[in-house]
Design a protein around this ligand. Sequence first.
Ligand code: DAT
Ligand code: MG
Length: 170
Amino acid sequence: MGETKNAELTLVIVKPDGLKKSLTGNIITRLAETKLVIVGSKMVRVSRDLAVEHYKHLQGKPFFEDLIKYIMGEYHTKRVMALVYGGADAIQKVRDICGSTNPEEAQPVSIRGAYGRITTKGVFENVIHASANAEDAEREIKLWFGPDELIDPIYPMVEVEETIRRKKWK
Ligand code: DAT
Ligand code: MG
């Protein structure tokens, strides 16, 4: 990717409603139209800290608490699939296929238009997250993924030595 013009990374999250509705395959197929490359992917159980950090720009909005519960999976299933896509103009290409934030305003053929809904409580269940711009993308990717989890991490890295407790197979 280093040689590609406008090479960018963007974060995609298949939200808990997407997983509950078995839409992962459909969503990845739709995103393949972009010809972008998947450079990272994993299943995540979203902690409250991660949810609040991810959506910190919306703190104070009336829908904030429901949004946090939604991304943590309290309304569907406690897992999301996080992916990083890379390639030329990755951010805009993915956003175009996702469609507008409000699933009722999104183009019917977009992912959010096809699969999203607004609950009677007013929660936008819009199935997918995609970074909105380069600044958000970098912040979000660094929040969700470490350098070792990406095939081609384009951000500067440092090597550190640390003692950590981690699980290993018995
Ligand atoms: P996007 O996800 O399109 O980048 P955003 O960053 O402004 O949009 O908001 C993040 C999420 O918050 C969005 O996917 C759904 C929810 N949200 C935004 N505006 C909302 C509203 N007016 N009512 C309910 N949920 C909303
Ligand atoms: Mg956003």
